[in-house]
Design a protein. Structure first.
Length: 530
């Protein structure tokens, strides 16, 4: 993942949505990345390898009508060379062209494999979701097992190991391998219930799919009523299972109705399903649109971008029920997913609050973030944002849209801020992140980087337009020294294990697996706590 930094870097003006509309331009872009890889030292290749993989997969969805991997066997396509960018293929494969679906998936997989190995040099386990999905797409179970068994031997990145267990389990489950259960349980054992919400939800859904309904319900019942108020997908899955088991459902029906009432007053969400019985049909992915792949810091999916064609369309969400979500909320959740998916609940709240703080509070001339409050281009960006259907929240939506897209106004425009790459809606739901960002927007959970006294006295659930003056606006997964640190406050290592050194700039920017936060220097506050 990439991490939010100060806004002083030069912005890349490339618009990849426009670039990839022309097939020849797309292939030239891919060839350009491959050329850069050949001229770059191994230590600096990770970012380019990921860009190559994502470019290939975006090309596949944009220009190849054939979306499956029929015929992708070891006879037709040999594994590519170790650098993940080139390799010998058979005459059969060559006859289909260098950008046929089979070749693309193999190239993307091998690029991610090498990027993953480079990341391990920094004690980071990354790209586990992509590695799992591509090995399943290529029907390479042995490859899945080999990759993840190797990754799980590296014990220094606790958060990466947690995600590796989940994504390994999902891959094994798709191969109908019952050892998936071992991997799900390994992930669950690493976390408390709320910090391990994704592992618990995916395991419960797996048990439901293999017909173990009572076991599935026992996993979901670990979440308290208060937990289920936060994680709506947990409440909906519990509701579904109790109907399946023909249990008394008055209590769970009342719970869903309470959630519906609570969320009906929120921006960014339109409805919860009115379920009187079991919903049997399977739901399609986001808006019924085809998959899209995005590049770090570039949201190139025209389907769910808050500035694009679906700005006024409610997203219909699988896998447990239809829920109406704004594309703005989806984009916000994508940033959290890309930046801190493997973190615990508290750290994810902190990153969500940093986004809220950027949107609503400026840096008092200390620094600027493109698209954020106080930046010279903020009014231009907000003025160019699409007018949302709900006039009460239209300005709020434009504020968030400009922050998460780094001040850009067009789908596919590159920037140097938060990683807004497209994520499938099912992954945003399963991780629980989409609900966490909603609760932060509504002010229902405190900012972990700021004084609790301030937060408990100031934020009612109707306050959407106020940030925390003492909260974070910047973060990174390493012990780093923020630019202009003389007028910023280091807010520490929220929820991490790495030794925190207080409000002192470290001598060396050492890599770790924790998140470190920075914000404005403290300002005097007058609190009304009555």
């Amino acid at each position: 993942n990439s991490f939010a930094d100060t806004g002083l870097k030069e912005k890349n003006s490339t618009n990849l949505v426009e670039l990839f509309k022309v097939k020849a331009h797309a292939t030239e872009h891919i060839k350009g990345i491959e050329a850069k890889l050949l001229a770059t030292n191994d230590a600096d290749q990770e970012e380019l390898l990921v860009e190559l993989a994502q470019s290939l997969l975006y090309y596949q969805d944009k220009h190849n009508k054939e979306s499956d991997t029929k015929g992708a066997t070891s006879k037709s396509v040999r594994l590519l060379s170790a650098n993940g960018t080139s390799g010998k293929v058979s005459k059969v494969a060559r006859s289909r062209g260098p950008y046929s679906p089979n070749i693309i998936y193999y190239k993307a997989l091998n690029a991610y494999k090498k990027a993953s190995k480079l990341s391990l040099n920094k004690n980071r386990i990354k790209y586990t979701r992509e590695l799992s999905e591509l090995t399943v797409k290529l029907q390479k179970k042995n490859e899945l097992v080999q990759i993840f068994d190797e990754l799980l031997q590296h014990g220094e990145d606790e958060k990466g190991i947690y995600l590796a267990h989940i994504d390994y389990a999902d891959g094994l489950a798709k191969f109908k391998d019952n050892t998936a259960e071992i991997q799900y349980l390994s992930a669950i054992d690493m976390r408390t219930t709320v910090n391990g919400v994704e592992a618990n939800f995916r395991y419960a859904k797996y048990l439901l799919e293999v017909g173990k309904l009572n076991e599935s319900l026992s996993i979901i019942n670990k979440f308290t009523f208060e937990d289920r108020k936060m994680y709506v997908h947990i409440a909906l899955l519990r509701h579904k299972m109790m109907h399946l088991l023909k249990m008394g459902t008055r209590e769970v029906d009342d719970e869903i109705n309470q959630l519906r009432t609570t969320l009906s007053s929120s921006p960014f969400i339109s409805y919860l399903p009115k379920v009187t019985g079991l919903v049997k049909n399977k739901f399609t992915n986001i808006l019924g649109l085809p998959k899209a792949y995005a590049f770090a810091f570039v949201h190139n999916n025209e389907g769910d971008d808050s500035r694009g064609e679906s700005k006024n369309i409610w997203v219909s969400t699988p896998p447990v029920g239809k829920i109406g979500l704004s594309s703005y909320l989806v984009n916000l959740a994508e940033v959290i997913y890309n930046e801190v998916r493997g973190e615990g609940q508290k750290t994810r709240y902190a990153v969500a609050w940093a986004i809220r703080n950027r949107a609503t509070i400026n840096m008092n001339g200390c620094d600027y973030y493109p698209g954020a409050e106080g930046h010279p281009n903020v009014n231009e960006c907000r003025g160019a944002a699409p007018i949302y259907r709900d006039s009460d929240y239209s300005h709020l939506y434009s504020m968030y849209s400009c922050v998460i897209h780094g001040g850009t106004t067009d789908v596919g425009a590159a920037h140097s801020q938060m990683n807004d790459a497209h994520i499938e809606i099912e992954n945003l739901i399963s991780s629980g992140i989409i609900w966490e960002i909603l609760y932060v927007i509504r002010g229902l959970v405190p900012d972990p980087t700021g004084p609790k006294l301030f937060l408990t006295g100031v934020y009612p659930d109707t306050n959407f337009f106020t940030g925390n003056p003492r909260g974070a606006q910047e973060w990174r997964r390493q012990n780093y020294c923020a630019e202009k640190h003389e007028c910023k406050a280091r807010l520490g290592n929220v929820g991490g294990n790495f030794l925190d050194i207080g409000n002192i700039c470290p001598k060396d920017d050492g890599h770790s697996t924790d998140i470190f936060f920075w914000g404005r220097n403290p300002v005097p506050l007058t609190l009304n706590l009555e």
